[in-house]
Design a binder for this molecule. Sequence first.
Ligand code: HEM
Length: 426
Amino acid sequence: MVIKGDVIVSANDNIPHDQKLDNSITLIQEGYLFIKNRINRYQSDIFKARILGQNVICMSGENAAKVFYDPKRFTRKGAAPYRIQQSLFGVGAIQTLDDQEHRHRKKLFLPYMEIADQKRLGKIVKEEWEKAITKKNKKEINIFEEAGILLCRVACNWVGVPVEASKVSVLAEDFIAMVYAFGAIGPRHWKGRRARNKVENWLEELVKAVRNGKIEINKDSIMYSFTFHRDLDGNLLDNRMVAIEIMNILRPIVAISTYITFMILALHEHPEHVELLRIGTEEDLEAFVEEVRRFYPFGPFLAARVKEDFEWNDCTFNKGTLVLLDVYGTNHDNRIWEDANHFNPRNFHKRTENKYNFIPQGGGDPSSGHRCPGEGITVEVMKSTLDFFVNQVKYEVPAQDLSYPLNEMPTLPKSGFIISNVALTK
Ligand code: HEM
């Protein structure tokens, strides 16, 4: 064993071990930068640390992502801490399944996320923005809150979940609480957990009512197909699991409000792009949206466990070890992105497709692996919102706190981004 500065390099595997007895507090203090800071310090794409009392391997970059998405090497079973399942995505949900069972469940989602669905949702969202701004006739709009409510309404209609108009804003708040419980301890975590229990209970009752014929819903709806989906053994999923998987569509659609808020912030911080977006093509809109997903922080890292012992990059990965893939750091890796810490939509002009070096919603192939199936929807919803904000509306940005702390996961501009004197221009 050799000690180099504050890092130990083990003679067994030649990779840096962070010297701290436990890094849990440092992880909370450094947030999105925790892995990146050490990757830079140790000049290594991979290091070992102790987090929450267990040995963890942290890794970053395109090659690390390729390994992480090899299903022969990693399993998701037991990877996500129970407290995250109880708040963010639900106990036993698709995120925790492997192999055949995972692929079978994924087939339930994929047919609703095709290009036609993405375009349709983009169009609906734009119409909803028009209505919201016209109807509001309000002096000020909080982009994050308005987008959350608008997207919640769109998502429930699209999935076919019957919800009273007066309940939409509370439901949107509940989904946001689940998302913002991710890296939290204390009250923020408990708020997310309570919100999840409440919404799961409500949806579970709805599923029961559909199954026993007390409520009739459209047979072509996503809710109907989830309610009557059968697992690999030919059994219906239990009511709770249907509720959880329906929430796995509704919640992330509402969560696009975070990206929308960062996107409006990007327009404010980089006004030099606005004119090009006005006169430009759809590709220009898309490049801006993609740069927002690359540059601004949302998901910090992903977790999986080693399936069988293997060696990679001079490191022994022992079966059962928890491995974290650095999402934020890979999206800010200077080897991949020119001037990675600057916002530059040019990064996405004529970009060659690569499944492992741009991973804001995971990497690899969404149909066979765990990559997010909702990326196309996310991009279309953001594109149509961007188009609306640069071409159809004028607004002012009053003084407010637009800072977004990198040690809160997920983070957000503190004010939620307030615009004032808002009016349609066409
Ligand atoms: C706010 C934008 C979004 C972000 C940042 C995001 C991020 C992610 C990430 C990081 C993963 C995990 C990838 C992995 O484990 O390897 C994921 C999975 C997933 N996302 Fe998204 N997502 C977003 C939007 C959406 C949308 C709009 C939908 C559906 C309409 C969706 C549905 C899902 C589902 C079902 C999974 C589980 C996939 C699986 O385990 O196979 N997401 N998302």
